[in-house]
Design a protein around this ligand. Structure first.
Ligand SMILES: [Zn+2]
Length: 306
């Protein structure tokens, strides 16, 4: 396994809340890199402190690695590397659901997938007739998207550095991206700038108020730096100028459903997309307190520019 950038050598620095600017917080959680990640981060791992903003409630890593050095850190995250065949078997159905959902909003046009990973979303969108673009900070992923999935417009680099044309894209997606970046609000603002009139943004992040976050140690991955709730994700999207923000959550899944080797998982698997859709409607309708009891790892947001 490729070793990540050396975390311990970076000078971790305190930062204010990126959502509201407050420096007032309480400590939310302190955790040390789990054994599952220690191959990449060295024996003993890295201790991370997560705080909750006293003003707006954003949960974030503080102190954190400085902005300079941050990109090299995230561009070497070794946990994203998996064989394409495995990824396709696990992720294709999910992205097909996403494509169907987004086609209802915007049936044609230019699609930008931020943090495109291996390019599976890009490939499906291209096959559905969109003009597709994507970027990733990891050279190995960009190479795989180009060579294994035959994609052309895959850019290497941070979205903020690419300086793409304003109001250029009709659909912008970011799956499991903004929790990884140095400043997620800045990233959302850039996505807002790039979105064309009538366009739609779709992003997903881990849900800090989920039962998974409370019960599964592995939920706290070392490459995550901002931990959104439904409320703070909505506030972040509103702050950068999105309106008509809809948030939904994935359901809490017991261990036997999360374990892809389990017999029950294999039996339930064909029904999972339907169950997920039903749950997302339910979670949108249910009150926040009810939702917290049953929501699993993911939060999804759909937002428009007007
Ligand atoms: Zn705040």
């Amino acid at each position: 396994m490729e070793k990540g950038a050396d975390w311990q050598e970076l000078q971790w620095v305190p930062i204010p809340c990126q959502l509201c600017g407050s420096t007032d917080y309480s400590v939310y959680k302190v955790y040390r890199t789990l054994p599952a990640y220690q191959e990449a981060y060295g024996p003993g791992g890295v201790e991370q402190q997560v705080v909750k903003c006293a003003s707006c409630g954003l949960v974030y890593n503080n102190p954190r690695p400085p902005r300079e050095g941050f990109l090299s850190l995230s561009s070497t995250d070794p946990h994203t590397y998996r064989p394409m065949s495995v990824l396709l078997s696990r992720r294709k159905a999910f992205f097909e659901c996403e494509l169907a959902r987004l086609r209802k909003h915007v049936p044609t046009g230019r699609w930008l997938d931020v943090g495109c990973n291996y390019g599976i979303m890009m490939r499906l969108a291209a096959d559905a007739g969109y003009e597709v673009h994507g970027n990733d900070v990891q050279p190995r992923l960009v190479k795989a998207a180009r060579e294994e999935l035959g994609l052309e417009n895959v850019m290497l680099g941070d979205l903020l550095d690419l300086k793409l044309a304003e109001s250029h894209f009709d659909v912008i997606t970011a799956y499991a991206v903004i929790e990884h970046v140095y400043d997620p609000i800045e990233m959302l603002r850039e996505m807002r700038r790039l979105l064309a009139p009538g366009g739609v943004v779709r992003c997903c992040v881990p849900n800090v108020e989920s039962r998974h976050a409370q019960t599964i140690p592995e939920w706290w991955e070392p490459y995550h730096f901002t931990f959104f709730s439904a409320e703070t994700l909505r506030a972040a999207l509103n702050q950068v100028g999105f309106v008509r923000v809809e948030i939904s959550a994935t359901p809490y899944a017991p261990a036997f459903v999360r374990n892809r080797q389990a017999v029950l998982y294999k039996i339930l698997r064909p029904a999972i997309p339907t169950l997920m859709r039903a749950f997302s409607l339910l979670s949108e309708a249910a009150g926040a307190r009810v939702a917290r009891l049953v929501t699993g790892s993911g939060l999804y947001a759909t937002a428009r520019e007007a």
